[in-house]
Write a protein that binds this ligand. Structure first.
Ligand code: ZN
Length: 513
């Protein structure tokens, strides 16, 4: 400031620019929220015949949001706000807004609006084809849509650019600041530990019996129990709701309207119970974002890996842990007396933690789960760079499942057709494995801050853990790059070692390794 204390016109101009920028992003945010509502509806209540119309609506809205973000005016406002942002604490909301918005703008301005619309349209249409193809075990019917998705992804990567290889562009969308090789290095460090554990456990898989999970479980009671558990964890039903779907997900329109979905199987208790905990973990992340970040590019989770760390932490580290079941098993047992009346708590705990190489990713145990991700990561890179043809992918998939898990899918429905992801694009899997890894790092740090967490869980108290996650992760939204946020929360860089320690301790005990 000049000596007389008056703001220069340039300075006040910068503030004006920031205000205009916020107004612009509030409008973009409204369009994106409308897209999210339509997406939620598409996956819950929309009749199958609605796909074509919905595809056009979503394409138009995606194009509108993209046009607004990449307009010359937004670019000019960002430029005008830079000086003001530079005068602020880099960790402040306003400086972060300008930094993150500039990053989004710089990437998206290279992508034509028409490509954005085409990706949105294709995703809806491909999804309805995928649902049908999966139920009929008909990969050839879905293959042309995989071809189209891969082609659209290639064009996207060429538009936005990449440091080393095209897949880097997709990784950067979901894990800002990371590259393909950085993900691969983490996977390479983790893989031998998982292979070692699976090798030690496999000869004694039959020592743990999980057949009790496949007895009869009334669906309405499952829903009541699921709601009770996640409400106790801290998922706020006043700002959220739970619906049924075929492929469970969480979506947020703002921090006060965060929705989760689940699916029920009356002959498999874990699916809805653990699935609801998982989605509530995502939901509590969104419900915990600072209200000050609403309607800005800073709201929402920072990366797929960080988001998944929250869902996996509540589902597995808490929800498959002994302290939680010491508290909750009597309630569960009373609710399903016919099926669990003769099952004691340790037997149930071992059943929900049975390790066994299996075909379906979402039902995989904690030890084999990341292996499902690692081979999908390899396949996606090969699909994108063209070294693997779309028509050869089912065979390559089955080969990978044999190599990584020692089993062979009997058909494509439980093989390559099991995941919804290739309807929207490639690059959506690595976040799941990174989520497990990050969850273990956060778990260790939260326990260092609160050594009595296990005793709290045994009393049914989860507030201290949720508060720690709110303070260290949730409230910051997208303000910091994922690596920086992790460093701030744990004092460490991304490392699979805490996850390895967690798995070896827990499963070493269950399987007496
Ligand atoms: Zn998830």
């Amino acid at each position: 400031m000049p000596p007389n204390g008056r703001k220069t016109s340039a300075m006040s101009g910068s503030n004006d620019a920031l205000d205009h920028l916020k107004a612009t992003f509030a409008e973009i945010s409204a369009i994106n929220n409308a897209i999210a509502v339509l997406g939620w509806d598409q996956n819950t209540y929309m009749p199958p015949g609605g796909a074509a119309g919905r595809a056009e609506d979503l394409a138009a809205l995606a194009k509108l949001a993209h046009e607004r973000l990449t307009s010359r005016r937004t670019g000019d406002l960002l430029k005008a706000a830079q000086d003001h942002a530079a005068s602020l604490d880099p960790a402040s909301d306003d400086a972060s807004l300008v930094r993150v918005a500039q990053r989004d703008y710089d990437r998206e301005v290279k992508v034509p609006d028409a490509l954005v619309a085409e990706i949105a349209r294709t995703s809806v249409l491909a999804e309805s084809v995928w649902r049908d193809a999966r139920s009929r075990n008909d990969y050839p019917a879905f293959a042309p849509w995989v071809e189209k998705t891969v082609d659209l992804n290639r064009r996207l990567c060429e538009c936005v650019g990449y440091p080393e290889q095209p897949f880097d562009a997709l990784v950067d969308y979901t894990e800002p600041g990371m590259t393909t090789n950085a993900v691969r290095a983490v996977f390479d460090e983790l893989r031998p530990h998982l292979v070692d554990l699976v090798g030690k456990i496999t000869p004694q898989v039959d020592n743990v019996d999980d057949t009790v999970l496949h007895r009869q479980y009334d669906e309405a009671t499952q829903e009541r129990i699921g709601r009770e558990v996640v409400a106790r964890f801290g998922y706020d039903f006043n700002r959220g709701r739970l619906d049924r779907t075929t492929h469970p997900f969480e979506t947020a329109f703002n921090r006060d309207d965060v929705r989760i979905t689940t699916r029920y199987d009356s002959r498999f208790l874990s699916m809805a119970l653990m699935g609801t905990m998982h989605e509530a973990g995502h939901g509590m992340y969104e419900q915990g974002i600072s209200p000050a970040l609403a309607q800005t590019p800073l709201t929402g989770g920072v990366s797929s890996g960080m988001h998944e760390s929250q869902s996996r932490l509540w589902e597995n580290f808490v929800g498959r842990g002994m302290p939680f079941w010491r508290f909750f098993y009597p309630t569960l047992q009373a609710a399903f007396l016919d099926s669990l009346g003769d099952v004691e708590m340790h037997q149930f705990y071992r059943a929900i933690n049975k390790v066994c190489p299996s075909l379906i990713r979402v039902e995989a145990d904690e030890v084999t789960y990341c292996l499902h991700i690692m081979f999908r990561f390899d396949l996606e890179i090969a699909l994108l760079d063209g070294s693997l043809a779309v028509n050869d992918t089912p065979a390559a998939w089955n080969e990978k499942v044999r190599g990584y898990l020692g089993i062979t899918p009997p058909n494509d429905t439980v093989g390559i057709l099991q995941d919804i992801h290739w309807t929207t694009g490639l690059g959506g899997f690595q976040g799941y494995a990174l989520g497990n890894i990050i969850a273990a790092q956060l778990w260790e740090s939260a326990h260092q801050a609160h050594p009595d967490l296990p005793e709290q869980f045994e009393r049914g108290e989860f507030g201290a853990l949720l508060h720690w996650l709110n303070t260290n992760i949730h409230q910051h939204g997208r303000k910091f790059l994922p690596a920086d946020l992790l460093q701030r929360a744990t004092g460490s860089a991304l490392s699979p070692q805490p996850y390895v320690r967690y798995l070896r301790r827990k499963y070493g005990e269950i399987y007496s390794l």
